[in-house]
Design a protein around this ligand. Structure first.
Ligand code: G
Ligand code: G
Ligand code: MN
Ligand code: NA
Length: 252
């Protein structure tokens, strides 16, 4: 209740902020980019997770405003880092299924993210790609591509898989779900799942990103198996722009 009453104020007053988790090339571990993850920097409650406030934003019809705030502040932050000579090749945003398919989504994106910026990506949930969102989904994905964005399929392998859906989207990358990545090393099943995603990705000629990479030996195994980009607590936790600045200057 209290959170719901404050969310509008929080959106207007800079309490909804982007955090960033780095992504790394599997080969050499240089920074390949960041995933943008929303946080509520609440004056009394501390840093709140999107699991807490996204459902509230959705119920209150404030998700479009939340997207706008996150897109604008993340782009501003990343472009400031880039202007100082720091390398952030890709910048990936999450987008919920209802927002992606909302009539005003493309306008929100076009307003918040200046065209001609390099490396901006939308992560689209695997579960939507098979939900028979159909023509509406393909339309918005094509429009995002025309605006210069890349498309990653998020949470790939989490169980909703539809090869046809993925084929139709023609993603730039598949992001393997962390529930498959985290048990790597202890679970033959996880290893077979990762191997089959990699097989499929090779046949589609798309990059593979693994998330939930929390140990060096998983990073090494995934590199040896042919993953392109790695993300997880081994490399970094989601962090503020100030911490990202320090991280990028120091290198991993
Ligand atoms: O960062 P964290 O693990 O707490 O994120 C929890 C979930 O919230 C993840 O599934 C992530 O994709 C989602 N999420 C994080 N930031 C955003 C955002 O800005 N928009 C949407 N739609 N989802 C987000
Ligand atoms: O659903 P989505 O893929 O957008 O979720 C992203 C979230 O995954 C991030 O907010 C981050 O907190 C979480 N995450 C990323 N790497 C790891 C990891 O190595 N271990 C765990 N437990 N969570 C992770
Ligand atoms: Mn994601
Ligand atoms: Na995921």
């Amino acid at each position: 209740r209290a959170l719901a009453d404050r969310l509008g104020h929080a959106l207007q007053n800079g309490e909804i902020i982007p955090f960033f988790q780095t992504q790394h090339f599997a080969d050499g571990w240089e920074v390949a980019g960041v995933e943008v993850l929303a946080r509520w920097d609440h004056p009394n409650e501390g840093i709140l997770s999107p699991h807490v406030f996204l459902p509230i934003a959705q119920q209150l019809g404030m998700e479009a405003e939340l997207d706008r705030v996150i897109f604008e502040s993340a782009v501003t932050a990343v472009e400031q880092l880039r202007a100082q000579g720091l390398t952030v090749p890709r910048v990936a945003f999450n987008v919920s299924a209802p927002r992606l398919l909302a009539p005003d989504f493309l306008a929100t994106v076009a307003d918040a993210i200046p065209q001609g910026r390099d490396g901006y990506v939308f992560e689209i949930l695997e579960s939507i790609s098979c939900e028979d969102a159909g023509d509406a989904l393909i339309f918005v994905i094509d429009a995002l591509r025309d605006l210069g964005f890349q498309i990653d399929v998020d949470d790939f392998g989490s169980g909703h898989a539809s090869i046809n859906g993925v084929l139709e989207i023609e993603p730039d990358a598949l992001k393997i779900d962390r529930n498959i990545v985290m048990p790597l090393g202890d679970s033959e099943r996880a290893e077979r799942m990762v191997a089959s995603v990699l097989d499929m990705a090779r046949s589609l000629d798309v990059d593979v990103i693994a998330e939930g990479v929390d140990r060096a030996r998983k990073a090494e195994l995934l590199r040896d198996m042919g993953c392109d980009i790695l993300q997880g607590f081994f490399f970094s936790r989601p962090m503020s722009v100030a911490d990202l600045d320090v991280f990028l200057r120091r290198g991993f």
